[in-house]
Design a protein around this ligand. Sequence first.
Ligand code: FE2
Length: 151
Amino acid sequence: MPGDNANKALIDSLNGLLADYFALYIKTKNYHWHVAGPQFRDLHLLFDEQATELFALTDIVAERVRKNGGATLTSIGAIGAKASVKDDDRAKVDAMDMVKALRDDNAALVETIRKVKAAATEAGDNATEGAADDWTDQAQQRVWFLSQILA
Ligand SMILES: [Fe+2]
């Protein structure tokens, strides 16, 4: 039987991923709102698609925490304390720098999800383990779309 420690580690890992999804959601929306330049329309729409996908994942991850008996994030402050995705509060950001930042953040997310999956395996949480594969595929798809813009 998986122990309490494995369960606590999984909950902590899921809450970290949840914070990163929220942080990357708002960062992607920020770029959706502020992007400018010749590729405005494409990037404005792509960023919105990716933000929508990220936001939809937040509820799924938070409820994996609850189904594992843990407490999840409660506020913007709690998100800020847990997130590893860095804010970008600059007023003007070059459109390609936006694409690069999101590519790197989503690539880092693939690694975070890998750790969540390992924690789920340790804790015997098959549902999170399986869902993590979908989360990985989605993150890799976002990385792919962003990378191709820079190619
Ligand atoms: Fe919009």
